[in-house]
Design a protein around this ligand. Structure first.
Ligand code: SAH
Ligand code: SF4
Length: 381
């Protein structure tokens, strides 16, 4: 049987109402259906027994319930769950669920969401960038990554530490830091975020969602004008155009002297703090002078710098610095009164860096050995 092309999560609230009207159902049926999809996370259309059977049958001819099939699932030693999904056209993407037990902050479950198959930016240190660009994800393919993990948590609530109160029992945060450049797929991303935020949808606060970008200036300007209070992280990795042109090639189109003013305008327009991501690469951008130059670049901005030790990929020229160099870099930023955090790597034993799991499946000979437990499932979720 041919696959039904439209997935229910590709539809906005208005489109779900139109669908109900088209199927001659009363208006309240659309609300009932939407509430099922985003709150009770059914696996099959027949798992919604209070929808009339004739409606369910007609619905099944119009829309699919899911756009992702989990192909491989791995659980890291730190509890990170990484899933490789197959899309309807056979392409693959990956997403991760990362647990943060209660400590200085309340416990969290963060989902790292992909927005594209591959990425057009092509950063040489990034596993996704090395795979090239294939296509944008649809809103439904973005949303379904989140719903998959919401269902995963519901079904694994005893194992996941939530029973002991150490961990949240549900998804608390989303970071659009998986495969792809989110702002290069703005419309689909935005439709997905509105539904994930909507009280009639997944109902997650906008402040609990962060978009990470390589620095697309027109889209940063557009984001400044949006009503939703989502967070923004800009991946800097270098404080000079010369180095950044090689690390983040889109810098040749939108250089630092355009990105930084756009970030300043974003902070002024929204009153929000901006984050900067800075991956530390051995002998490339990790000197004390690099720290001072970064501090000068972000001076005066309401910002927070996240330092990340490079996660080695198949491109061996990008390695993490020695721990002592990382700590010296962090101390120098702090001395210069730049708020910063050294971000802990998550799921390192299971290739949890952006695009790394997919890389392994695209190139079966590279890095075959895997740690962590491999859970295999093929069913449509
Ligand atoms: N395209 C967007 C969002 C996806 S990448 C962006 O670049 O911001 C999400 C984050 O993963 C970025 O900060 C990116 O630089 C980082 N990343 C990619 N490859 C990495 C690696 N090998 N080691 C550490 N961080 C990496
Ligand atoms: Fe794309 Fe981000 Fe990877 Fe660069 S780091 S290639 S922008 S996903």
């Amino acid at each position: 049987m041919a696959t039904i092309p439209i997935c229910i999560t590709d539809l906005t609230g208005d489109q779900i109402r139109e669908l109900a009207a088209e199927l001659s159902e009363p208006v309240y049926r659309a609300a009932q259906l939407q509430s099922w999809i985003y709150r009770r996370l059914p696996l099959f259309i027949d798992d919604m027994p209070d929808l009339p059977q004739s409606f369910r049958q007609r619905l099944a001819m119009k829309v699919r319930l899911h756009s992702l099939v989990p192909a491989h699932e791995m659980i890291g030693d730190d509890g990170t769950v990484k899933v490789l999904f197959t899309l309807a056209d056979g392409k693959t993407i990956e997403s991760a669920l990362m647990p943060y037990p209660a400590g200085r902050y309340r416990s969290r479950y963060t989902v790292c969401v992909s927005t594209q198959v591959g990425c057009p930016v092509g950063c040489p240190f990034c596993a996704t960038g090395q795979q090239g660009f294939e296509r944008n994800l649809t809103p439904g393919e973005i949303i379904d990554q989140v719903l998959y993990f919401a269902r995963w948590l519901r079904d694994h609530s005893n194992q996941a530490g939530s029973a002991s109160g150490q961990l949240a029992s549900h998804i608390t945060n989303l970071v659009f830091m998986g495969m792809g450049e989110p702002l290069a797929n703005y419309n689909a991303l935005w439709q997905a975020m509105e539904m994930l935020n909507s009280p009639d949808g997944f109902d997650l606060g906008a402040r609990h969602m962060v978009i990470s970008t390589a620095g697309l200036v027109p889209q940063i300007e557009r984001l400044s004008r949006e009503q939703l209070q989502v967070g923004l992280a800009v991946s800097l990795h270098a404080s000079s155009n010369t180095l950044r042109n090689t690390l983040v090639p889109i810098n040749k189109k939108y250089p630092l002297d355009e990105i930084m003013p756009a970030c300043r305008r974003y902070c002024q327009a929204t009153g929000r703090r901006i984050s900067f991501e800075y991956i530390l690469f051995d002998n490339l951008n990790d000197s004390t002078e690099d720290a001072r130059s970064l501090a000068r670049l972000v001076a005066g901005l309401n910002c927070h710098v996240n330092l990340i030790a490079a996660n080695p990929t198949t491109n061996g020229s990008f390695r993490p610095p020695h721990r002592s160099i990382i700590l010296t870099f962090e101390q120098e930023l702090r001395r210069l009164r730049i708020a910063c955090t050294l971000r802990q790597g998550k799921g390192l034993d299971i290739d949890s860096g952006c695009g790394q799991l997919r890389s392994r499946f695209l190139q079966p000979t590279a890095g075959q050995s895997s740690h962590g437990s491999l859970h295999h499932s093929t069913g449509r979720v």
